[in-house]
Write a protein that binds this ligand. Structure first.
Ligand code: GN1
Ligand code: MG
Length: 388
């Protein structure tokens, strides 16, 4: 897929933003599958993140940007109102373009944006300890709390039907029927796996349609490497990757955390024998999420969380499989069978979740959640003892 550094004049793009100094270094950054991301170093020692929005995926990039401006504006107000210490490290900040807009459009029509880099942070691809899982889930729950008062109609749907699992299922069926790359025969077992679970795909959508699950402002991409941790203290500072913040169900956010943070391996580990759910991490996620978001969840929402883990993992496998059948157009891939390996990995995780679902449901419905004023330094170890 596109290596933007080979095609774009990165320093020239940066200089259309209100950055200090000149670009002395730029390099591709992070593990995102969609946008092109660069780390930019300036002569003044300031560091920035530059991103090109993938317009095959985000068909209305300016709606993405206006959503992000709304979300950040609201979030910053909440932090100010709470008199938050070191607030500039607890919320991403856009660097405006020289014309005052939040983005620039280059001659080829690409939309670019720049963020201030938050110094002294790190991300985690595979969670190692329950403490990390607890803190990451708490950060996502907190993010939802920050945005709870933002009316959902203020945000555009940046990818229509993003977690509409029934439509994702239909898209897979179309891809199988079209079989444009002659790959359907090779993936018969994976197709059978999905067909056997068709009834799962509509469950939460039906509850939502009946008014039993409320729509909220959700993050929708709560992959664990979208949390920035303080590199020294390990404290979660903020969540990033706001392109898909839009109306959704809390089960989607909790579900994607389960998919990415309660597992033994990363999502593209090809050896499926290594894929499993870690119940200690799952319990820590539940405690962390409920500690920050728990008070606001309805009975039905709380009961939807564990199933959300299964559903979003199934959906992700369906999405990888669809992309494989369509010739790897959506996700960045590094080798020919990358999307197929990812699919098999996700389906192995679905099986592991299915084997543990009753226990997972028991955990989310009985975890009491901690008080909102959870003190990171003093209470985290104590609370986690209860999980051992
Ligand atoms: C994409 O690029 P990244 O890693 O933030 C995708 C997510 C998937 C994820 C799978 C807009 O996110 O939905 O869960 O890959 N984002 C979009 O790793 O499709
Ligand atoms: Mg993303």
């Amino acid at each position: 897929m596109t290596q933007a550094s080979q095609h774009h004049d990165i320093p020239a793009i940066c200089h259309r933003f209100d950055m200090q100094g000149e670009v002395i270094q730029h390099r591709p950054y992070g593990n995102g599958h969609i946008n092109d991301t660069f780390l930019i170093q300036s002569t003044t020692a300031a560091t920035y993140i530059l991103q090109r929005i993938n317009q095959h995926v985000f068909k209305q990039p300016l709606s993405v940007m206006s959503n992000i401006e709304r979300v950040l504006g609201h979030w910053q107000q909440v932090l100010q109102a709470q008199n938050t210490h070191a607030a500039h490290r607890k919320c991403p900040q856009l660097l405006p373009a020289r014309d005052g807009k939040a983005y620039i459009i280059d001659a080829a029509g690409n939309v670019w944006r720049m963020f201030h880099y938050i110094d002294g942070t790190r991300t985690i691809d595979v969670i190692e300890t329950p403490e990390q899982a607890f803190l990451a889930a708490k950060a996502f729950g907190q993010f939802q709390q920050y945005l709870a008062a933002l009316p959902t109609h203020h945000l555009a749907e940046t990818i229509p039907g993003f977690h509409h699992t029934r439509n994702r299922f239909q898209a897979l069926i179309h891809a199988i029927d079209a079989d444009t790359h002659g790959r359907a025969d090779e993936v018969r077992p994976e197709i059978a796996f999905v067909l056997a679970r068709e009834s799962d795909t509509g469950q939460l959508l039906d509850l939502q349609a009946n008014g039993e699950l409320p729509e909220r402002v959700t993050h929708n991409d709560t992959k664990i490497n979208n949390v920035l941790f303080d590199a020294e203290s390990g404290e979660p500072l903020c969540v990033v990757d706001l392109d898909t913040v839009m109306p959704g169900l809390v089960a989607y956010d909790f579900g994607d955390m389960v998919r990415t943070a309660a597992t033994t391996v990363i999502e593209d580990e090809p050896d499926v024998r290594r894929v499993d759910i870690r119940m200690d991490l799952f319990a820590a996620l539940a405690r962390g999420y409920l500690s920050s978001a728990g008070d606001s969840l309805s009975h039905n929402e709380r009961h939807s969380l564990a199933f959300g883990g299964k559903l979003i993992t199934l959906e992700q496998g369906i999405r990888f499989l669809t992309d494989y059948l369509q010739g790897d157009r959506y996700y960045k891939t590094r080798y020919a069978q990358h999307n197929l390996d990812r699919t098999r990995n996700q389906f192995a995780l679905v099986r592991a979740i299915e084997a543990n679902l009753p226990e997972m449901e028991r955990i989310v419905t009985t975890s009491l959640g901690l008080t909102r004023k959870f003190d990171f330094h003093h209470k985290v170890h104590k609370e986690l003892e209860a999980l051992q």
